[in-house]
Design a protein around this ligand. Sequence first.
Ligand SMILES: [Zn+2]
Ligand SMILES: [Zn+2]
Ligand SMILES: [Zn+2]
Length: 252
Amino acid sequence: MKLTFLGTGTSSGVPTLACHCRVCTSPDPHDKRTRPSLLIRFNDHAIVVDTTPDFRTQGLREGLERLDAVLFTHSHADHILGLDDVRVFYFRQQKPIPIYADAQCMKDIQRTFKYIFDGDYPFGGVARLDPHLIDGPFKVEGLEVIPVPVMHGNQLILGFRINGVAYLTDVSEIPESSYALLQGLEVLILDALRPKPHPTHLTLEQALAVMERLKVPSGYFTHIAHDLGHEATNAQLPPHVRLAYDGLELEL
Ligand SMILES: [Zn+2]
Ligand SMILES: [Zn+2]
Ligand SMILES: [Zn+2]
């Protein structure tokens, strides 16, 4: 299984529009962060977690040539607004693209992209999707996916565990019952927005405490704001925990 970080930035991306801070003007390519998404490749299959507003450019950058499914964590704009672009893969593969989401997220997607789900739309040129409601562990092309509920502000949304990897992109708190799903991980990919507290995201310090509690051998932070420069932050982190960056690949 090969993981590629399609994007590692927070909702506004880094650089942030009209910002001239040190990170937004940094020449380091690791400080250019598109919106958060993960590509999982296995046995010639490819699935993505979330379709960000940057999905098209991320796919072009990584040479994405097929798509077998999309898993959605939740329906915030930075996680769903690239969904229209999956139509290219529907046209190429001539098969509706399976999408997986919990009931609330699916409802929001069907409202936001009403025209995609409108069976009467007569003009073509639209993706066909095959919606699956998540209500427990499920399989995609033989790969077992375990949904991991997490709090994102006052909303319960999903992270995902696949084999020894968990991807928890928007988290302010992990419920005790979900810690049970996160035992024995090889790699944890976790929200770490910035040093300052935020109502819907973990701070760097809180995220480190989660890594510590789970005793994860290898950790990567994502959903990173412009408060955290890549090199300077990594210099302060323990060696087994790193800031992820766009294009980073992990072989598992
Ligand atoms: Zn987000
Ligand atoms: Zn900035
Ligand atoms: Zn969110």
